[in-house]
Design a protein around this ligand. Structure first.
Ligand code: NAP
Length: 253
């Protein structure tokens, strides 16, 4: 798919990876960007970059009315980038209750799914287009330090495969992006190494151009994804050492 002249919607545009998507898309000469955030006032600095091409949109992906409203405001998109997500860094057993696990599932799984559903008819009308789902390598293997986040991303990986199959006949490319640890606010308590968000964005947009379905941006993600093919139990046992509540920031995984 061509990025130049595309009309793109980015969720979580006020955050680390989302902001870099907007900046890079501008450089690649897209026609229009709908930059979405729960609070549009957090988008002022981004809109100032190019107010002709960037339209701020208020969007909370877990609120059905908000998703419906975004779909009616952004009815000409050709590329949907589902970037919004959260990690509350809770264990599955160690957490006091199920609140974090439910919230992560609401945002990372149900929110993403409802965006895919709402924008499917729009993409069909535009001739297919593409959906990019920002997932995580932790959806492929659980990091107990943020065990419920890992589980929500595993659900979202499976969902992405399912919608890819369902949308093949309308010609929509569905791209799964599975980074390791990225140098953003969300991962501030996670161990090194961390890939820069700009590299995640670069690899993702290249995959859209090339029609590639699965992306593992950065060296850590490339290495671990191939290790998961040859020694999945070894990777699981290694990550089992990173338990809930540990002080991991600044350490090396
Ligand atoms: N950082 C990593 O190590 C890493 C690794 C793999 C995958 N990822 C994934 O990459 C994506 C972007 O994360 P990031 O690292 O850039 O983190 P970030 O800076 O914390 O950005 C997360 C963004 O998601 C938004 N968001 C959260 N809940 C939302 C909701 N209900 N509706 C709309 N927007 C919502 C946040 O908005 P608010 O400001 O309103 O909260 C924020 O803009 C996430 O899906 C994350 O899981 C990150």
């Amino acid at each position: 798919m061509q990025i130049r002249d595309a009309v793109v919607l980015v969720t979580g545009a006020n955050g680390g990876i989302g902001t870099l998507f907007v900046e890079q898309l501008l450089r690649l000469d897209v026609a229009k960007i709908y930059a979405c955030a729960r609070s549009v006032s957090k988008l002022n600095h981004l809109v100032a970059l190019d107010s002709n091409r960037i339209t701020p949109v208020e969007l909370d992906i877990v609120k059905p009315d908000s998703v419906t409203s975004a779909a009616s405001q952004c009815s000409d998109i050709t590329l949907l980038i589902n970037n919004a997500g959260t990690s509350l860094n809770q264990g599955l057993i160690a957490a006091e209750n199920l609140d974090a696990a439910r919230q992560e599932m609401e945002i990372n799984y149900f929110g993403m799914l409802s965006m895919c559903r709402a924008f499917t008819p729009i993409l069909k009308q535009q001739g297919g287009g593409a959906i990019v789902n920002i997932l995580s390598l932790l959806g492929k293997v659980n990091l107990p330090f943020s065990g419920s986040y890992s589980a929500s991303k595993a659900a979202a990986i499976s969902m992405t495969q399912g919608i890819r199959a369902e949308l093949a006949s309308q010609g929509t490319l569905v791209v799964a992006v599975m980074p390791g640890t990225v140098n953003t606010e969300l991962a501030k308590d996670w161990p090194n190494p961390k890939v820069e968000p700009a590299e995640v964005v670069r690899a993702t947009l290249q995959a859209v151009i090339d029609g590639e379905e699965d992306v593992y941006p950065g060296e850590q993600a490339t290495q671990i994804s191939s290790q998961l093919l040859t020694d999945p139990k070894g990777v699981e046992k290694y990550l089992a050492g990173f338990l809930p509540g540990m002080a991991l920031a600044g350490t090396d995984a």
